[in-house]
Structures are given as C-alpha cells and as structure tokens.
Design a protein around this ligand. Sequence first.
Ligand code: GLA
Length: 346
Amino acid sequence: MSATVTSPGRVNLIGEHIDYNGGLVLPAALSVSLTATVTPRSDDRVNIVADDYAEAGSRSFADEAHGSWSDPAVGAMREAVAMGLMKAGADITITSSIPAGAGLSSSAALIVTLLKATRTLSGAQVTDTEIAIAARRVENEYIGVPCGIMDQMAVAVAKPGEAIALDTHTLDYRVVALPPSHEMVVIHSGHSRALIDGRYAALKEECDAAKAAFGTANLCQLALSDVEAATNMSDTIRRRTRHCVTENLRVHAAIEALATSNVAKMGALMSESHASMRDDFEMSIPPVDALVSDAASLGAVGARLTGGGFGGCIVAYIDREARAVWLKDLLKRHPKARFIDAVTAG
Ligand code: GLA
C-alpha cells in the first residue's frame, strides 16, 4: 500500500519574522506544489527519488541531518515513527515545482506532505494543525533551523490561491479574500539563500535577546513607546523589536485593507514592510531592494521581500490588467529575476 499527497508552496503577503515572536501573519498558498508518494518498507531504510535531484538518496533512520537535500525526508520519517504513524522506513518519490532556496517553503511542503501521507497510511486521527506542529519540530530539532510555525501551517491548511490570517500565538486562522482587481505576483530575485546558513538563526537570537530584555515571549504585543524608551539594550536589538511591533500592526491593517478592498492601502503597507525589513531587521540584500523599488516605480501598488530573507523572492501587488506589460518591463531591467506564480482572487 502507498499514499500520495500534494501540498502547495506558500508566499507570505505580509508579517515577516514575527511567527516566532507571537505575531499575526498573512501567508497565501501558491499553485506551485510538491507531490510525494510514500510506500512503507519493513527495514529502517529511507530511499528517496526526487525529480529535482539526479542522485537518489538512500538513508537510514539513524542518520543525523548533515545539510543534505534528503534531510527533511529522513526527519519527517523519524517524526512519523515517533508519532506512531509509521513502523519503519519507506520508499519515497517526490516531484516538485516549488523552487528550493526561494523563500517559498519547499522544505515545509516536503515535511508536511510526508507526514500527511503517513497519516493516510496509518488511518490515525491527527489534525492538520498537529501535522504542522510536528513538521516544525522536524525543522527545529532534527534539521536545526529555528523557524516559526507560519510555513508549516500555511502549506498544511491553505488551498492554492487562498490567503490565511494566522495568529501564531494561538494557531487560530481564517481565510482572507483578496480583491479581484489585483494580483499578488511572486518573482524570484535570482539570488538564492538557505535558512540553514546561520543568518536566520542570528536574527532569531537577537529576538530572543529582546524577549529577555523586555521580559516577554511576545515581542509583537509591546507598545512602540516602550520600545523607544527602553535603555537596557543595544540599538540593534531595539530596531529588531521595533520591526516586530510595527510589522504586526501592519498585518492587522493589511487584513482590514483587504476586507475593505483598499488596494492602495494594502500596497503602501507592503512597501512599508519592506522598508522595515531592510532598515530595522536588516534581512534584505541590495539586488532585492532594487527589484522591489523597480517593481513599485514600474506600477505595482506595493512590493516587498518575502520569506526568511537575504535573497529569494519578492511579492508585488499589481493590477491584473497591467500585469503583463509591467512584468515584461521589470524582467528586462532585472535579467536574473524570474516569474514564479501569482495569487489571484478565486
Ligand atoms: C522562514 C521561516 C518562517 C518565518 C519566515 C519569515 O520562512 O520558516 O517560520 O519566520 O522565514 O517570516
């Protein structure tokens, strides 16, 4: 017996690096996706064939993560055994149209997909939220990436084209409709990055330092005046905290803007979010700043870096009718950039 499951990639529309700081985030599921088939084995091997990688991976459960593309699959299988969803190893085949290293959650999609497949095989009653929590555990504890819960929740519960407002403190979420006049266009900058490279972890550590200084686990709930008035921290820690507070306020405002079809406001919030990521959180790079700035000057109502940072994709908010010409002009100015996907109202 085998089980096949598909999960979407995700783009975060707004609310960056606040999913491990108690904030509200607004990711949307893409039409690019990953499909995996899991066939149980009776020994402890995890054999993986992926269309993205020429070489097949053959690993044992006992293997620790070592920076290999197959680590998420081994981690997911170890987690499935720990959850009682599997007894031993598996043969796994993976096909994916989610580019890796682009900030579109290819790793979360793989782990969530494999856990869902083992849930199907076992017939166990495990919710999608429990699957997302388990998938985050694989990233945090097995792979060693100290990520938040946004990506796993988005790929586990959102349907392609759907945005969700996710409270990362309670894990409550609801679908948010996008106005039909505009699209969220995802463009790869051509500069890849990996969460494992240490810069994501460094930002997380700075937020942990801010939590210790303010005596709270929820940086997003702090008052801006308290952040500006605090004297027991460096300017860097203060700016990281200010990003968390202002970004969370922007997500609340963005949800309101979408509910009232206030496209101009949504665009402005996205551009403010980019400035905060660039200046206060220092998670952007110059070629991404240039792409964001040109996306706006060529006609997008707003644009921003999306995902973990230091490269990867931008998301731009653009009138549906204007998209084709705008995209052609933008890609002409940025030859390394490429179109990935667009989120359109259903
Ligand atoms: C990565 C992490 C998420 C989140 C984003 C930044 O995608 O996996 O948990 O922190 O970066 O918003």
